[in-house]
Design a protein around this ligand. Structure first.
Ligand SMILES: NC(=O)c1ccc[n+]([C@@H]2O[C@H](COP(=O)([O-])OP(=O)(O)OC[C@H]3O[C@@H](n4cnc5c(N)ncnc54)[C@H](O)[C@@H]3O)[C@@H](O)[C@H]2O)c1
Length: 208
């Protein structure tokens, strides 16, 4: 529920970032500024929403808001989160939190140093069917959790897929299949109340 004092926020990335911004008024946030490296769509979004726009992240951080929402490229969130925390901003980061284990350690250290809030935005547990599965599980109607497999598959018609991930270099076209794991892992954790204690990662080769 929106509070009396909305949290002033800036958003990085005008793809997913604008979908989140559309929910701000209803959820207690006030959009103050947008940041993107693509100038034209950024200007259009800024004019439509009546907020400041920046193509430079450091100048964006100088703007007056309390929290940053990171919806830039999937594999580039940690360095931006660390810079935002150092600038005194709370952070909500889209998946993924980091690209390497080293970045993960640096991110945790930056959060601890800052004393600010770092929120990892993983929304799939809150989808209606996952909430319903949680109720079933908690009521004992599913049994004991012994083994699960999860996969994040995003089936789209070709024109949607091409628009969502244009060009060979777009991150959606090259990230390893195991990287976007939070959309499948988080619902399992939410439903069962369990946490992973050991991780195995492997690739199944595609044989022709
Ligand atoms: N939780 C969900 O359901 C959900 C849905 C869609 C996307 N996402 C996540 O949101 C993030 C963004 O996804 P997307 O589909 O919008 O990706 P995208 O690649 O379409 O858009 C990323 C945007 O960030 C901008 N950007 C890149 N580097 C920048 C920089 N240095 N400074 C400022 N802006 C920069 C790009 O120009 C682009 O507009 C990803 O991490 C993705 O995983 C989550």
């Amino acid at each position: 529920m929106a509070g009396e004092h909305p949290i002033p926020v800036g958003v990085v990335g005008t793809g997913r970032g604008l979908s989140l911004a559309a929910l701000f008024e209803a959820t207690g946030f006030e959009l103050r500024a947008l940041c993107d490296v693509e100038g034209a769509p950024l200007e259009a979004a800024g004019a439509r929403l009546g907020v400041a726009t920046y193509t430079n992240f450091d100048r964006f951080l100088d703007h007056d808001f309390d929290a940053v929402v990171l919806a830039n490229f999937f594999h580039e969130h940690a360095p931006f989160a660390i810079r935002a925390l150092a600038a005194g901003k709370h952070v909500m980061s889209e998946t993924a939190a980091c690209h390497t284990l080293g970045e993960g350690v640096a991110l945790i250290e930056a959060v601890e140093r800052s004393g600010l809030v770092y929120s990892f935005a993983e929304n799939y547990p809150y989808m209606a069917y996952n909430q319903e599965m949680r109720r079933f599980f908690r009521a004992g109607r599913v049994g004991e959790f012994r083994y699960g497999e999860g996969e994040y598959v995003h089936p789209d018609p070709a024109e949607v897929k091409l628009a969502r991930s244009p060009g060979f270099d777009h991150w959606r076209n090259w990230i390893p299949a195991t990287y976007y794991c939070t959309h499948s892992l988080a619902p399992v954790m939410f439903i069962t109340g369990t946490r992973p204690v050991k991780v195995n990662g492997f690739v199944v080769p595609r044989l022709r």
